[in-house]
Design a protein around this ligand. Sequence first.
Ligand code: URA
Length: 241
Amino acid sequence: MIRLDKFLADAGYGTRSEVKKQLKSGIVSVNEAVCKKPEEKIDPACDVVTVAGKEVVYEAFSYYLFYKPAGCVTAKTDALHKTVMDYFPEIVRKNCSPVGRLDKDTEGVLLITDDGGLNHHLMSPTHHVKKTYYAVLDREVPVSAIQQFAEGVDIGDEKRTLPADLKILGDREAELTISEGRFHQVKRMFASVGCKVTYLKRISMGTLTLGTLEKATYRKLTEQELASLKKEAENKQSSGV
Ligand code: URA
């Protein structure tokens, strides 16, 4: 059993105080009877809660796709810098964490969730999903880098990088798909072929893409997106790649 105000806040209907206002206004019903009591106990498995006539679907976990802007750090809290979690309401800040890490100056796809199992799974060295980055470089990328990246390069770690797919888009633009998540990996890979990354944006993580999402905003993952992300993580596990 769970308090009605917590249930609604967890389901994304605002902070506890915002939820209380909605309850007071009489738009919330439990099993077809209007309920104005935040402390009402409900069972998410069998009670039907509606807000303005729309059924509230209880989700055990929350999954958000965030379009990270440059200038914030990928951390839950930071004494000095704005963090990616500062873009979310209190309830999300409290319960969720970013999956993996983008540098302060990197933009793009970042998954935020309270599903610790999936987070761990996506980040474990053997189960990394494919991530594609768009990069602007300070000079032309040598064509030879395509082959080098495909074979794996020495970026100063114990092991060479896993095979990665490089597409040269233009003079100083490229797209790189990697399946690991080493520290500053993309920047270090380009550095290994003599290029400095001057702009970096993660454009996809598995099947997740930004679509029409505006920079510095977020949205919930669709069921389809979540299902394919989970499937991708499972595929990695079974193939051991
Ligand atoms: N690789 C980098 O170098 N930076 C990022 O933010 C992500 C991948």
